[in-house]
Design a protein around this ligand. Structure first.
Ligand code: CDP
Length: 206
């Protein structure tokens, strides 16, 4: 069975949690494509050329436990604006999307570039302040030295870079369901996403 769920949206909107729970619920594989760009960014911070870094990426890079920092996130969004970096990473993502058994991918360009034929597309978003608060709690909870203002500033900078770039800019696909989670708990957002996928899957099976 080929069935792709594409989940896009700005930083810290809840894509990761929603994607993981949707994948778990339906028994689909999950790929957090942001990790690929974060892993490339981390290599560049260590001195590598961005295009060479993207081409050299291996599964071990994605398993690194130091990718979820503000510094790596900014490096990720800088390398993600380079067309050759994106080109080096596209085949792996396209193949993952159409693997047998169903797949959930979350990122910025899944419904628009990686898998425009996805059976389900969602664009998950929330207000800047709420996203920044969620990310602040996540990072400070891990003991990282962050401030609310700093996280909000970083997130806006990254969103602007992701939205305004020429190569695969972040945007909702025309046929995506826009899920604004500003006034939802994460449980409510997950339930809404699962309900939406279930309707599409049932239509697909019938
Ligand atoms: O977790 P968060 O939403 O903050 O970010 P992420 O999904 O880990 O993505 C990190 C960065 O990678 C983003 O700011 C984008 O610049 C880039 N990215 C991208 O360009 N395309 C994707 N499909 C996924 C991430």
């Amino acid at each position: 069975m080929i069935f792709t769920v594409a989940i896009d949206g700005p930083a810290a909107a809840g894509k990761g949690t929603i994607s993981a729970r949707v994948a778990d619920h339906f028994g689909f594989a999950h790929l957090d494509t942001g990790l690929i760009y974060r892993a490339t960014g981390a290599r560049v911070l260590a001195g590598e050329d961005p295009i060479a870094a993207a081409r050299a990426l291996s599964p071990a890079d994605l398993a690194r436990d130091d990718l979820r920092t503000g510094e790596v996130a900014q490096a990720a969004s800088r390398v993600a604006a380079i067309a050759e970096v994106r080109a080096a990473l596209i085949t792996f993502q396209k193949n993952f999307a159409r693997r047998d058994g169903g797949a959930v991918l979350d990122g910025r360009d899944i419904g628009t570039v990686i898998c425009p034929e996805a059976e389900v597309k969602m664009f998950v978003t929330a207000s800047d302040e709420i996203r920044a608060e969620r990310r602040y709690l996540e990072l400070s909870g891990k003991g990282q030295d962050v401030t609310r203002d700093g996280v909000l500033r970083d997130l806006r900078k990254r969103d602007a870079r992701d939205r305004d770039r020429d190569a695969a800019p972040m945007m909702a696909a025309a046929d995506a369901l826009v899920l604004d989670t500003s006034d939802m708990s994460i449980g409510q957002a997950v339930d809404a996403a699962i309900a939406h996928v279930a309707v599409r899957r049932d239509a697909d099976a019938g």
